[in-house]
Design a protein around this ligand. Structure first.
Ligand SMILES: [Zn+2]
Length: 143
């Protein structure tokens, strides 16, 4: 299996259909049932680029593919949809993988800037403070 930073690359990347838009936050990538969906063609072209920032986004979404395969699609999506702590744990880990990927390239990513969306209720719908998200992220990093 082809891998990127330990994450799978053998999954489909598609434009988001209307029915995923019903529950996805606007202008975000969504990995659903092992497929990466992009909000539009620009986003699809972007995440397919071979630069480190789009690659880091790709690694984040590929991490969700790996999680979904490990847990099984049905259980993963049910847990993600209905249990805030499960959703937070899955996102926290995917953010940490994304940051570790950037760090592995010798970069110094702005970790607080990643803790902001991770703790944003409008993005993930759970209640975790910015400080908790930042602390949890730092604990998972190899930096
Ligand atoms: Zn995610």
């Amino acid at each position: 299996m082809d891998e990127l930073f330990g994450m799978p690359t053998d999954f489909e990347i598609k434009l988001m259909p209307w029915w995923i838009r019903l529950f996805a936050p606007s202008n975000t990538y969504v990995t659903f049932w092992g497929t990466l969906y992009c909000p539009d063609k620009v986003a699809l072209d972007y995440i397919s680029r071979n630069d480190y920032v789009p690659r880091s986004l790709f690694v984040h979404e590929a991490c969700h593919v790996k999680q979904q395969r490990a847990r099984g699609n049905l259980l993963w999506h049910l847990g993600y949809a209905f249990f805030k702590t499960y959703r937070y744990g899955q996102e926290l880990y995917a953010y940490a993988v994304q940051l570790n990927y950037l760090i592995s390239l010798g970069l110094k990513p702005d970790i607080p800037a990643f803790a902001k969306p991770l703790s944003n209720k409008d993005v993930y719908g759970y209640v975790v403070t910015y400080n908790k998200a930042l602390k949890d992220l730092k604990e998972l990093l190899n930096a």
